[in-house]
Write a protein that binds this ligand. Sequence first.
Ligand SMILES: Cc1cc2nc3c(=O)[nH]c(=O)nc-3n(C[C@H](O)[C@H](O)[C@H](O)COP(=O)(O)O)c2cc1C
Length: 714
Amino acid sequence: MFHRQRGRLGGVEMTNQPGETTTTRPEVVSTQVPEGREAPNDQAALSYIWQPLSIGPMRVKHRIMVPARVLNYSRDGIISERHIATYRELAMGGASLIVTEQHAAHPISKGSFYMPCTAWEKQAIPQFEKFANAVHEYDCRGVVQLFGTGVHDRGTMMIDEWHPLWGVSRIPSIVHNEVPMEMGKEHIKEIVEGFGDSALNVKVSGLDGVEVHGAHGYLIGQFLSPTYNKRTDEYGGSVKNRCRIAVEIGQAIRERVGGDIAVGIRLSFDEFLGPAGITPDQAEEQLEILAGTGLYDYFSISGGSYHTLHIAVAPMSVDDGHMISFAKRAKEIVGERAKIFTVGRIRELRMAEEAISSGAADMVAMGRAHLADPHLVRKTREGREHEIIKCVGVNECIGRLFDQREVICMMNPVTGRERQWGHGTLQPVGERESKSIVVVGGGPAGMKVAEVAARRGHRVVLIERENELGDHLNLIKRLPTRENWEIAVDNLRRAVENAGVEVRLGVTATKDLLQSEAPDAVVVATGSRYDISGLSAYRPDRDGIPGSDQENVLDVKSAIDRALEDPESLGRRVVIVDETAGYLPLGLAEILGRAGADVEIITPQMFVGQETFRHLEMPYLFPRLKELGVRFTPQHFVESIDGDTVHAYGLWGSEQRTIGGVDAVVLSLYQVANDELYHELRGAFPEVHRVGDAVAPRRTAAVIYEGEKLGREI
Ligand SMILES: Cc1cc2nc3c(=O)[nH]c(=O)nc-3n(C[C@H](O)[C@H](O)[C@H](O)COP(=O)(O)O)c2cc1C
């Protein structure tokens, strides 16, 4: 079930339970798969989702679609060739409808992310035409999402376009914290006209529709929400007044496009802020008002705002299909007046089928599932479900967005790189060029390179020392709430099996053993291990932490292994020293905290667990850790470990801390490449390659990418 912790974010009491503030809460559709393993879709059981549908003038061939996703691929403020290649791949992969990423519908709405797209400029039209042609070729429809940023923007994002932000009221964004100019009526009029003009650009390009982004707390959502809308004129106060701009935008769009293209609006059914944000009751009223105008052909029902993005783009801690109940309620209100789209961790077509067949929604949007596999529909229809790369819910995609970088998928290195690596680009090798390849190491990089090389026609043996494939992924998946990491292992393992790789488990690869195989090429993917010296970039004056060689000092992996066996084995008082900012030390703290240990996490970084912020896990994890009494000590580091005493110091000079009675100190600092075998083998075989952490320890996405690259080149 959904985690029920409550936390305070930005001083606002937030609720993590969709529907918690709902007066009527229909049941959540739940299809739990035991132990994080994925049950196959039963193709025969899927029928409702394959029915065509008319959405205003737009007819879609079935019910599975791709919702709006900022990709950060734009060039000069318009969708790029990279975008079009991504959209083409999705259309080829069988999606019936693609909604583009959010497009600025007005000049003042460009700076939410660094590489924005605009729809109001005429220069957008030729690329829209290309997009239309690319997707129409596969009988897929294309819709452009139009939005305004309001306060969720940076007025200094583009060097030539500095401007004050336009706010509904004077409330700044919780993320950007920039005080806006309060919009006058003339500004509102400009915005409304901008949406209308943008829709016209979309229409003349031959695309199929526009979607007004009224969700997730962006400008139209700011008008709709009591969090940002404190106005006392006809645009504020009652729900009806707060809906006024959405009605005017609908009218402006219809004036330009009539009934020629579909017009939809995306709404947050619940902002999960109680009465401080949009509540389900208010959303129901909004739907009644907007459906009553007849301006909108569809309502795309999402949830969350900038305060609660962790629910809008929910990570793996959240149940699948967690917002289907909202769509169901919306459908009851809207009836036949418009179509209803649902979204939110719907990763399996079985769940989509249930949403459609139960009448909860007319269309099912699968966002991250399509980042992981743009061909998920086609593979299912062709009876190849076992080939689908499934979304793990790690949220590396949205984390990249927060870094202002191009969106990628941790699991699928082809996403965003379709022009080089998309469908049909894998170069097969003929029988004579086929090499015998031994890959040593069954972690993510090793599995990926083995799979890709085998798919090309090489004869590949994969040797793994342990009795299971997965390497460090098998560690993280054993932490509390991390079971879904098994999906990552399963994705990679299935692909290895499907490609016909011969897997040998429980075998330690030595030079002698490899020589007895006489392969044409060896790929060393032996991963990495955790350093125990205490070496830190924060202390260029020394090679480690004095005392790190004591028996009570462990690396984070060994500590987790021990804690999983016996959570009390590390003692009553544990200090974790972290510089990875990742999940492992926090997961360890949770295991130990649950067993009653007194745990303190020390890091020289600004915050503890910064990575969990990027991945939107922090609001789920931190309340649990706080409840367990885990102490966070950021901006501190360890001077020395002396028996059971840890001497820590504040980075800025003044604070010293002596922590006594420490049973165990866990170092979660750097990883060291396991590259010894690579150096031993060089020169002993015609080709010796290394890949992944054995080159340099990196993020999972980076090593999977490297596996794909080498697999294509070898
Ligand atoms: C990388 C990324 C970018 C997104 N950009 C947008 C956007 O531009 N507009 C929007 O309405 N929602 C956006 N979303 C939210 C998705 O449309 C979707 O509602 C959310 O990911 C939950 O659906 P899913 O679980 O199927 O991914 C984005 C989500 C992700 C992961």
